[in-house]
Design a protein. Structure first.
Length: 278
C-alpha cells in the first residue's frame, strides 16, 4: 500500500504490485504475516506526524513477518524466524519485503501472531512509562485515561503482573458495562468514567489503595485536569498522546501546593536515545 503524496489515506494510498528487490548480502527477505493500523500510521500519511518517510512510501510502522531467505552476511536471523521492525517507518503494509538485517528484531514464534504484530509500540510505551518516571513498588497505584487503548490495556496487564494497582478512566458509552468487564478481566482494579472523576465517590477508591504517584495521559483537555486532581503531591503526569486535540490544562495550585511534575514520552525518541541492546 503506497502513497506518493501526503493527504487523507483514502485519497492517497494506492495498492500496487511491485517487484521484490534483489537480496543483498546483509538483507533479509520477509513475508509479512500481520500489520495493524495505528493513529501514527494515518498521521504519517497525512504528513502531520513528527517523523515522515521519504516519498513514495509504503504505509505501516508495525507488524510481524516470517523470514524466507537471508543474505550471506546475515548472522542473527534464519529462515522461519519471526521478526518485527526495529524502528518506525519500515513500511509494513505489504505482502513481502527485503530489508537490511539491522532494521529487524527477532521475536518468539510461540506468541499469538496479533500480539507479535502489535508488540513494538504500545506495550513498549506502557512498560517504559511505568518504569522510567516513578519508582513504583507492589501496592502502589497508577491512574490513566484512554484505558481501553492499546497502551492502556498493556498498562493494566503489566501493572497487574507487577502488583501495581490501576485506576482506569474511560469515556462513557452505551456498552460501558461490557467494557468495564473486559478491562477488569485484563487485571484492572478500578474502572471509572471521566464524569466519575469529579464525584465525591472517588474518595472511596482511596480507602483501599494509595493515591497514585503516576498519571498517564493520552487525551488532554478536561480529562487530564480532573485526573491530575487525584495525583499525590510531587507526583508525575506523563503525556504520550492527545486524542482530544486539546491542551493539557493544569491549575496553578497543582504546581504551587502539590509540586506536580509534567513529563512527556515518545517511544521513537526513546529508541533514538538508547542502544539497540536495551
Amino acid at each position: 500500500l503506497v502513497y506518493e503524496r501526503h493527504g487523507e489515506p483514502p485519497a492517497v494510498v494506492l495498492l500496487k504490485d511491485l517487484e521484490v528487490p534483489k537480496l543483498g548480502d546483509s538483507d533479509v527477505h520477509v513475508k509479512m504475516l500481520a500489520a495493524p493500523i495505528n493513529p501514527a500510521d494515518v498521521n504519517m500519511i497525512q504528513g502531520t506526524y513528527a517523523i515522515l518517510s521519504p516519498l513514495p512510501a509504503v504505509g505501516g510502522n508495525e507488524g510481524v513477518g516470517e523470514v524466507l531467505e537471508v543474505g550471506s552476511r546475515v548472522t542473527a536471523l534464519k529462515p522461519g524466524d519471526w521478526v518485527i521492525p526495529a524502528d518506525a517507518g519500515l513500511g509494513t503494509w505489504r505482502t513481502r519485503g527485503v530489508f537490511p538485517e539491522e532494521m529487524l528484531l527477532k521475536v518468539p514464534r510461540d506468541i499469538p501472531v496479533l500480539c507479535a504484530a502489535t508488540l513494538s509500540v504500545n506495550p513498549c510505551t506502557a512498560f517504559r512509562m511505568l518504569a522510567d518516571f516513578e519508582t513504583l513498588a507492589p501496592g502502589d497505584s497508577v491512574i490513566q485515561n484512554a484505558a481501553n487503548s492499546g497502551v492502556g490495556q498493556a498498562v493494566i496487564q503489566i501493572a497487574k503482573a507487577s502488583g501495581i494497582k490501576t485506576i482506569n478512566v474511560v469515556r462513557d458509552r452505551p456498552d460501558l458495562p461490557q467494557l468495564v468487564e473486559r478491562l477488569m478481566a485484563l487485571g484492572a482494579d478500578h474502572v471509572v468514567t471521566e464524569e466519575m472523576l469529579r464525584k465525591p465517590e472517588m474518595k472511596d477508591i482511596f480507602k483501599s489503595i494509595p493515591k497514585p504517584r503516576l498519571a498517564l495521559n493520552c487525551v488532554g483537555g478536561k480529562s487530564t485536569t480532573e485526573m491530575l486532581r487525584h495525583l499525590q503531591p510531587k507526583g508525575t503526569m506523563v503525556t504520550y498522546g492527545g486524542m482530544a486535540k486539546q491542551p493539557v490544562m493544569v491549575p496553578v495550585s497543582a504546581f504551587i501546593f502539590r509540586d506536580v511534575r509534567l513529563r512527556g514520552f515518545w517511544m521513537t525518541q526513546w529508541r533514538k536515545d538508547h542502544a539497540r541492546g536495551e
